[in-house]
Design a protein around this ligand. Structure first.
Ligand code: HSE
Length: 397
Protein backbone atom coordinates (compact mmCIF):
# COMPACT_ATOMS: atom_id res chain seq x y z
CA UNK A 1 0.00 0.00 0.00
CA UNK A 2 1.28 3.47 -0.89
CA UNK A 3 0.12 6.28 1.39
CA UNK A 4 -0.56 9.71 0.00
CA UNK A 5 -1.61 13.00 1.56
CA UNK A 6 -3.64 15.76 -0.04
CA UNK A 7 -2.89 19.38 0.88
CA UNK A 8 -6.10 21.39 0.39
CA UNK A 9 -9.62 20.00 0.13
CA UNK A 10 -11.01 22.53 -2.32
CA UNK A 11 -12.24 21.87 -5.86
CA UNK A 12 -9.14 20.05 -7.13
CA UNK A 13 -8.37 18.40 -3.77
CA UNK A 14 -11.82 16.88 -3.47
CA UNK A 15 -11.73 15.91 -7.17
CA UNK A 16 -8.42 14.13 -6.59
CA UNK A 17 -9.85 12.21 -3.60
CA UNK A 18 -12.86 11.32 -5.75
CA UNK A 19 -10.81 10.03 -8.70
CA UNK A 20 -8.45 8.06 -6.43
CA UNK A 21 -11.47 6.45 -4.74
CA UNK A 22 -13.70 5.86 -7.76
CA UNK A 23 -10.89 4.44 -9.89
CA UNK A 24 -9.12 2.67 -7.01
CA UNK A 25 -9.33 -0.77 -8.59
CA UNK A 26 -7.86 0.14 -11.96
CA UNK A 27 -5.26 2.40 -10.35
CA UNK A 28 -4.03 -0.39 -8.05
CA UNK A 29 -3.90 -2.76 -11.04
CA UNK A 30 -1.78 -0.24 -12.95
CA UNK A 31 0.53 0.60 -10.06
CA UNK A 32 0.71 -2.92 -8.70
CA UNK A 33 -0.20 -1.64 -5.23
CA UNK A 34 -3.13 0.07 -3.58
CA UNK A 35 -2.97 3.86 -3.18
CA UNK A 36 -4.37 4.97 0.14
CA UNK A 37 -5.32 8.54 1.06
CA UNK A 38 -3.96 8.73 4.59
CA UNK A 39 -4.43 12.43 5.31
CA UNK A 40 -6.16 15.48 3.90
CA UNK A 41 -4.80 18.78 5.16
CA UNK A 42 -7.22 21.67 5.41
CA UNK A 43 -8.02 24.46 7.87
CA UNK A 44 -11.69 23.45 7.73
CA UNK A 45 -13.54 20.34 8.91
CA UNK A 46 -15.81 18.44 6.55
CA UNK A 47 -18.10 16.43 8.89
CA UNK A 48 -20.44 15.33 6.08
CA UNK A 49 -17.70 14.21 3.71
CA UNK A 50 -16.83 10.52 3.26
CA UNK A 51 -13.24 11.70 3.83
CA UNK A 52 -14.03 13.42 7.18
CA UNK A 53 -11.80 11.06 9.17
CA UNK A 54 -8.75 11.87 7.02
CA UNK A 55 -8.78 15.60 7.75
CA UNK A 56 -5.85 17.03 9.71
CA UNK A 57 -5.06 20.67 10.42
CA UNK A 58 -1.34 20.45 11.15
CA UNK A 59 1.01 19.85 8.21
CA UNK A 60 3.64 18.39 10.56
CA UNK A 61 1.46 15.34 11.15
CA UNK A 62 2.05 14.55 7.46
CA UNK A 63 5.66 15.72 7.19
CA UNK A 64 6.68 13.62 10.22
CA UNK A 65 4.88 10.48 9.09
CA UNK A 66 7.39 8.30 7.19
CA UNK A 67 4.54 6.19 5.79
CA UNK A 68 3.43 9.08 3.54
CA UNK A 69 5.38 8.82 0.29
CA UNK A 70 3.53 11.24 -1.97
CA UNK A 71 1.90 14.60 -1.23
CA UNK A 72 -0.51 16.34 -3.61
CA UNK A 73 -0.27 20.10 -3.03
CA UNK A 74 -3.61 21.43 -4.26
CA UNK A 75 -3.92 24.51 -2.08
CA UNK A 76 -3.36 27.34 -4.55
CA UNK A 77 -1.43 30.52 -3.79
CA UNK A 78 2.29 30.78 -3.13
CA UNK A 79 2.29 30.58 0.65
CA UNK A 80 2.22 28.33 2.55
CA UNK A 81 2.08 26.02 -0.48
CA UNK A 82 5.79 26.61 -1.22
CA UNK A 83 6.85 26.00 2.38
CA UNK A 84 4.70 22.86 2.71
CA UNK A 85 5.96 21.44 -0.60
CA UNK A 86 9.52 22.22 0.29
CA UNK A 87 9.15 20.55 3.74
CA UNK A 88 7.58 17.46 2.18
CA UNK A 89 10.40 17.14 -0.42
CA UNK A 90 13.06 17.59 2.27
CA UNK A 91 11.34 14.85 4.28
CA UNK A 92 11.83 12.49 1.31
CA UNK A 93 8.29 12.63 -0.07
CA UNK A 94 7.55 13.25 -3.72
CA UNK A 95 5.14 16.09 -4.45
CA UNK A 96 2.63 16.61 -7.25
CA UNK A 97 0.74 19.84 -7.77
CA UNK A 98 -1.75 21.75 -9.88
CA UNK A 99 -0.46 25.03 -8.43
CA UNK A 100 0.86 27.05 -11.35
CA UNK A 101 1.66 30.03 -9.14
CA UNK A 102 4.11 27.99 -7.09
CA UNK A 103 5.60 26.18 -10.09
CA UNK A 104 6.09 29.40 -12.09
CA UNK A 105 7.51 31.30 -9.13
CA UNK A 106 9.44 28.66 -7.18
CA UNK A 107 9.86 25.84 -9.72
CA UNK A 108 13.68 26.23 -9.85
CA UNK A 109 13.98 25.97 -6.05
CA UNK A 110 11.51 23.10 -5.65
CA UNK A 111 13.02 21.04 -8.48
CA UNK A 112 16.46 21.54 -6.93
CA UNK A 113 15.22 20.41 -3.49
CA UNK A 114 13.55 17.39 -5.11
CA UNK A 115 16.80 16.46 -6.90
CA UNK A 116 18.85 16.87 -3.72
CA UNK A 117 16.48 14.56 -1.86
CA UNK A 118 16.07 11.94 -4.62
CA UNK A 119 12.36 12.50 -4.91
CA UNK A 120 10.16 13.89 -7.63
CA UNK A 121 8.24 17.12 -8.14
CA UNK A 122 5.60 16.77 -10.88
CA UNK A 123 3.09 19.35 -12.05
CA UNK A 124 1.23 18.08 -15.12
CA UNK A 125 -2.02 19.66 -13.82
CA UNK A 126 -0.48 23.13 -13.56
CA UNK A 127 -0.90 23.84 -17.30
CA UNK A 128 -3.88 22.83 -19.41
CA UNK A 129 -5.83 21.19 -16.56
CA UNK A 130 -6.50 17.64 -17.71
CA UNK A 131 -4.67 17.94 -21.05
CA UNK A 132 -1.33 16.15 -21.10
CA UNK A 133 1.12 18.91 -22.13
CA UNK A 134 4.02 18.99 -19.70
CA UNK A 135 5.02 15.35 -20.11
CA UNK A 136 4.52 15.20 -23.89
CA UNK A 137 6.46 18.42 -24.52
CA UNK A 138 9.14 17.60 -21.95
CA UNK A 139 9.55 13.94 -22.90
CA UNK A 140 8.07 13.04 -26.27
CA UNK A 141 9.30 16.12 -28.16
CA UNK A 142 12.84 16.16 -26.78
CA UNK A 143 14.28 15.25 -30.18
CA UNK A 144 13.13 18.65 -31.43
CA UNK A 145 14.50 22.12 -31.26
CA UNK A 146 11.30 23.81 -30.10
CA UNK A 147 11.03 27.29 -31.55
CA UNK A 148 7.61 28.51 -30.49
CA UNK A 149 4.69 27.74 -28.17
CA UNK A 150 1.33 29.51 -28.44
CA UNK A 151 -1.51 28.56 -26.16
CA UNK A 152 -5.03 29.28 -25.06
CA UNK A 153 -4.23 28.45 -21.46
CA UNK A 154 -7.12 29.85 -19.48
CA UNK A 155 -10.57 28.30 -19.66
CA UNK A 156 -12.37 31.19 -17.98
CA UNK A 157 -11.20 33.84 -20.43
CA UNK A 158 -11.78 31.54 -23.38
CA UNK A 159 -15.32 30.94 -22.12
CA UNK A 160 -15.89 34.69 -21.74
CA UNK A 161 -14.48 35.48 -25.20
CA UNK A 162 -16.56 32.69 -26.75
CA UNK A 163 -19.70 34.16 -25.17
CA UNK A 164 -18.74 37.58 -26.53
CA UNK A 165 -18.08 36.15 -30.03
CA UNK A 166 -21.01 33.75 -30.38
CA UNK A 167 -23.69 35.25 -28.12
CA UNK A 168 -22.66 38.94 -28.25
CA UNK A 169 -22.81 39.05 -24.45
CA UNK A 170 -20.89 41.77 -22.70
CA UNK A 171 -17.83 41.03 -20.63
CA UNK A 172 -19.48 41.32 -17.17
CA UNK A 173 -22.37 38.97 -18.01
CA UNK A 174 -20.02 36.37 -19.44
CA UNK A 175 -17.67 36.63 -16.42
CA UNK A 176 -20.57 36.13 -13.98
CA UNK A 177 -21.57 33.00 -15.89
CA UNK A 178 -18.00 31.66 -15.82
CA UNK A 179 -17.89 32.18 -12.06
CA UNK A 180 -21.25 30.44 -11.59
CA UNK A 181 -19.90 27.45 -13.50
CA UNK A 182 -16.86 27.33 -11.18
CA UNK A 183 -14.27 28.01 -13.92
CA UNK A 184 -12.94 31.30 -12.59
CA UNK A 185 -10.26 31.52 -9.92
CA UNK A 186 -11.41 32.76 -6.48
CA UNK A 187 -10.16 36.18 -7.52
CA UNK A 188 -11.25 36.50 -11.18
CA UNK A 189 -8.53 39.05 -11.88
CA UNK A 190 -6.02 36.17 -12.02
CA UNK A 191 -7.99 34.93 -15.03
CA UNK A 192 -9.20 38.09 -16.76
CA UNK A 193 -6.00 40.09 -16.28
CA UNK A 194 -3.93 37.30 -17.79
CA UNK A 195 -1.99 36.42 -14.61
CA UNK A 196 -3.01 32.74 -14.74
CA UNK A 197 -1.97 32.53 -18.42
CA UNK A 198 1.30 34.32 -17.59
CA UNK A 199 2.21 31.65 -15.02
CA UNK A 200 1.32 28.86 -17.42
CA UNK A 201 3.33 30.23 -20.35
CA UNK A 202 6.26 30.78 -17.97
CA UNK A 203 6.09 27.07 -17.08
CA UNK A 204 5.82 26.08 -20.74
CA UNK A 205 8.84 28.24 -21.58
CA UNK A 206 10.87 26.19 -19.11
CA UNK A 207 9.59 22.91 -20.53
CA UNK A 208 10.17 24.00 -24.14
CA UNK A 209 13.46 25.90 -23.80
CA UNK A 210 14.98 24.40 -20.63
CA UNK A 211 15.03 27.70 -18.76
CA UNK A 212 12.19 29.56 -17.06
CA UNK A 213 11.11 33.04 -18.11
CA UNK A 214 10.31 34.53 -14.68
CA UNK A 215 6.59 35.50 -14.63
CA UNK A 216 7.47 39.14 -13.93
CA UNK A 217 9.36 39.21 -17.24
CA UNK A 218 6.32 38.04 -19.23
CA UNK A 219 4.55 41.10 -20.62
CA UNK A 220 0.97 40.42 -19.62
CA UNK A 221 -2.30 41.97 -20.66
CA UNK A 222 -5.75 40.51 -20.00
CA UNK A 223 -9.10 40.74 -21.75
CA UNK A 224 -10.85 43.56 -19.87
CA UNK A 225 -10.15 45.96 -22.75
CA UNK A 226 -11.65 43.70 -25.45
CA UNK A 227 -14.91 45.19 -26.75
CA UNK A 228 -17.70 43.76 -28.89
CA UNK A 229 -16.43 46.16 -31.57
CA UNK A 230 -13.01 44.44 -31.54
CA UNK A 231 -14.75 41.07 -31.72
CA UNK A 232 -16.68 42.24 -34.81
CA UNK A 233 -13.55 43.72 -36.43
CA UNK A 234 -11.66 40.49 -35.84
CA UNK A 235 -14.43 38.54 -37.58
CA UNK A 236 -14.28 40.99 -40.49
CA UNK A 237 -10.55 40.27 -40.75
CA UNK A 238 -11.21 36.49 -40.64
CA UNK A 239 -10.02 35.94 -37.08
CA UNK A 240 -11.27 35.26 -33.54
CA UNK A 241 -9.98 37.06 -30.47
CA UNK A 242 -8.25 34.69 -28.02
CA UNK A 243 -6.09 35.31 -24.98
CA UNK A 244 -2.80 33.83 -26.15
CA UNK A 245 0.25 33.00 -24.07
CA UNK A 246 3.27 33.04 -26.36
CA UNK A 247 6.86 31.93 -25.83
CA UNK A 248 9.23 32.09 -28.76
CA UNK A 249 12.96 31.84 -29.38
CA UNK A 250 14.40 34.53 -31.63
CA UNK A 251 18.12 34.98 -32.33
CA UNK A 252 19.10 32.96 -29.27
CA UNK A 253 16.82 34.90 -26.93
CA UNK A 254 13.42 33.98 -25.53
CA UNK A 255 10.43 36.27 -25.59
CA UNK A 256 7.22 35.57 -23.70
CA UNK A 257 4.00 37.52 -23.55
CA UNK A 258 0.29 37.22 -22.85
CA UNK A 259 -2.16 39.35 -24.77
CA UNK A 260 -5.53 39.31 -26.53
CA UNK A 261 -4.69 38.18 -30.05
CA UNK A 262 -6.53 38.06 -33.37
CA UNK A 263 -6.12 34.40 -34.29
CA UNK A 264 -6.80 33.89 -37.97
CA UNK A 265 -9.30 31.21 -38.84
CA UNK A 266 -6.58 29.26 -40.67
CA UNK A 267 -4.84 28.73 -37.31
CA UNK A 268 -6.26 25.72 -35.38
CA UNK A 269 -6.27 27.73 -32.12
CA UNK A 270 -9.03 29.96 -33.52
CA UNK A 271 -11.63 27.18 -33.33
CA UNK A 272 -10.99 26.39 -29.65
CA UNK A 273 -14.06 27.55 -27.78
CA UNK A 274 -15.63 27.67 -24.33
CA UNK A 275 -13.58 26.37 -21.44
CA UNK A 276 -11.33 24.33 -23.71
CA UNK A 277 -7.60 25.02 -23.88
CA UNK A 278 -5.20 24.43 -26.76
CA UNK A 279 -1.43 24.48 -26.95
CA UNK A 280 0.29 24.71 -30.33
CA UNK A 281 3.98 23.79 -30.30
CA UNK A 282 6.40 24.08 -33.19
CA UNK A 283 9.40 21.76 -33.27
CA UNK A 284 12.02 21.66 -36.05
CA UNK A 285 11.54 17.93 -36.68
CA UNK A 286 7.83 17.45 -36.07
CA UNK A 287 6.44 20.80 -37.28
CA UNK A 288 3.21 21.87 -35.56
CA UNK A 289 1.67 19.76 -32.79
CA UNK A 290 -1.51 20.72 -30.98
CA UNK A 291 -2.77 19.62 -27.57
CA UNK A 292 -6.46 20.20 -26.94
CA UNK A 293 -8.92 19.48 -24.14
CA UNK A 294 -10.51 20.63 -20.91
CA UNK A 295 -8.21 23.15 -19.28
CA UNK A 296 -10.15 23.69 -16.07
CA UNK A 297 -12.60 21.99 -13.77
CA UNK A 298 -12.58 19.59 -10.86
CA UNK A 299 -12.29 16.17 -12.48
CA UNK A 300 -10.23 17.11 -15.59
CA UNK A 301 -7.61 18.72 -13.33
CA UNK A 302 -7.78 15.82 -10.87
CA UNK A 303 -7.18 13.49 -13.82
CA UNK A 304 -3.74 15.06 -14.35
CA UNK A 305 -2.95 15.16 -10.61
CA UNK A 306 -3.76 11.48 -10.19
CA UNK A 307 -1.73 10.56 -13.29
CA UNK A 308 1.32 12.17 -11.67
CA UNK A 309 0.61 10.26 -8.43
CA UNK A 310 0.36 7.04 -10.44
CA UNK A 311 3.63 7.73 -12.24
CA UNK A 312 5.48 8.31 -8.98
CA UNK A 313 3.81 5.36 -7.26
CA UNK A 314 4.65 3.01 -10.15
CA UNK A 315 8.37 3.78 -9.91
CA UNK A 316 8.56 4.36 -6.15
CA UNK A 317 11.08 1.59 -5.57
CA UNK A 318 13.31 2.76 -8.47
CA UNK A 319 16.12 5.26 -7.94
CA UNK A 320 15.23 8.77 -9.13
CA UNK A 321 17.63 9.90 -11.82
CA UNK A 322 15.56 11.99 -14.20
CA UNK A 323 14.70 15.02 -12.11
CA UNK A 324 14.98 18.10 -14.27
CA UNK A 325 16.38 21.25 -12.70
CA UNK A 326 15.48 24.67 -14.05
CA UNK A 327 17.43 27.89 -14.15
CA UNK A 328 15.80 31.26 -14.72
CA UNK A 329 16.59 33.19 -17.89
CA UNK A 330 18.59 36.34 -17.19
CA UNK A 331 17.61 39.74 -18.60
CA UNK A 332 20.30 39.34 -21.30
CA UNK A 333 18.65 36.13 -22.49
CA UNK A 334 15.16 37.64 -22.75
CA UNK A 335 13.86 39.62 -25.71
CA UNK A 336 11.35 42.23 -24.46
CA UNK A 337 7.91 41.61 -26.00
CA UNK A 338 7.78 45.08 -27.58
CA UNK A 339 10.78 44.02 -29.75
CA UNK A 340 9.02 40.89 -30.97
CA UNK A 341 7.73 41.37 -34.52
CA UNK A 342 4.16 40.55 -35.42
CA UNK A 343 1.24 41.91 -37.36
CA UNK A 344 -0.79 44.23 -35.10
CA UNK A 345 -4.47 45.11 -34.92
CA UNK A 346 -4.71 48.76 -33.88
CA UNK A 347 -7.95 50.53 -33.01
CA UNK A 348 -8.31 54.27 -32.51
CA UNK A 349 -11.30 56.26 -31.23
CA UNK A 350 -11.14 58.28 -34.45
CA UNK A 351 -9.12 58.25 -37.63
CA UNK A 352 -5.55 59.23 -36.71
CA UNK A 353 -4.33 62.49 -38.17
CA UNK A 354 -1.12 61.02 -39.59
CA UNK A 355 -0.43 58.39 -42.20
CA UNK A 356 -0.06 54.77 -41.08
CA UNK A 357 1.41 53.70 -44.44
CA UNK A 358 4.89 53.09 -42.98
CA UNK A 359 3.32 50.28 -40.91
CA UNK A 360 1.74 48.76 -44.01
CA UNK A 361 -1.66 49.28 -42.43
CA UNK A 362 -4.73 47.58 -43.92
CA UNK A 363 -7.96 49.37 -42.94
CA UNK A 364 -10.51 47.12 -41.20
CA UNK A 365 -12.95 49.72 -39.88
CA UNK A 366 -13.45 53.36 -40.82
CA UNK A 367 -16.31 54.81 -38.71
CA UNK A 368 -16.52 58.30 -37.17
CA UNK A 369 -15.97 56.91 -33.65
CA UNK A 370 -13.72 53.93 -34.41
CA UNK A 371 -10.89 53.33 -36.87
CA UNK A 372 -9.11 50.00 -37.02
CA UNK A 373 -6.20 48.70 -39.06
CA UNK A 374 -3.98 45.63 -39.24
CA UNK A 375 -0.28 46.37 -39.82
CA UNK A 376 2.48 44.41 -41.53
CA UNK A 377 5.02 42.56 -39.36
CA UNK A 378 6.49 45.24 -37.10
CA UNK A 379 7.43 45.61 -33.45
CA UNK A 380 5.21 47.41 -30.96
CA UNK A 381 8.12 49.76 -30.51
CA UNK A 382 7.85 50.71 -34.21
CA UNK A 383 4.10 51.26 -33.75
CA UNK A 384 4.65 53.42 -30.66
CA UNK A 385 7.19 55.57 -32.52
CA UNK A 386 4.90 56.01 -35.53
CA UNK A 387 1.59 56.57 -33.75
CA UNK A 388 1.06 59.46 -31.36
CA UNK A 389 -2.66 58.90 -30.60
CA UNK A 390 -3.98 56.52 -27.92
CA UNK A 391 -4.77 53.15 -29.43
CA UNK A 392 -5.73 49.58 -28.55
CA UNK A 393 -3.21 47.02 -29.85
CA UNK A 394 -3.59 43.28 -30.27
CA UNK A 395 -1.21 40.84 -31.92
CA UNK A 396 -2.29 38.91 -34.99
CA UNK A 397 -1.45 35.20 -35.16
N1 HSE B 1 -9.09 29.45 -13.67
C1 HSE B 1 -8.32 28.58 -14.47
C2 HSE B 1 -8.89 28.58 -15.87
C3 HSE B 1 -8.35 27.20 -13.88
O1 HSE B 1 -9.94 29.19 -16.07
O2 HSE B 1 -8.31 28.03 -16.78
C4 HSE B 1 -7.34 26.28 -14.41
O3 HSE B 1 -6.04 26.73 -14.19
Amino acid sequence: MINVAIFGFGVVGSGTAEVLTQNAKLISERVGEEINIKYILDLRDFPDSPFADKIVHDVNVIINDPEVKICAELMGGSHPAFEFSSAALKAGKSVVTSNKEVVATFGPELLKIAAENNVRYLFEASVGGGIPVIHPIGNCLTANDITEVNGILNGTTNYILTQMINEHKDFDTALAEAQEKGYAERDPSADVDGIDTCRKIAILSAIAFGKLVPPDKVKTEGIRGVTLRDVANAEKFGASIKLIGKAVRVDGKVSACVCPTLVRHSNPLSSISDVYNGVLVNGNAIGDVMFYGRGAGKLPTASAVVSDIIEIATYLSHPVHTTQVWERLTDDEILPADRLKSRWYLRFDKKPSHCLASLGAEVIEDAPDSYAVVTDEVTLLDVGITVSEKFVAMRVL
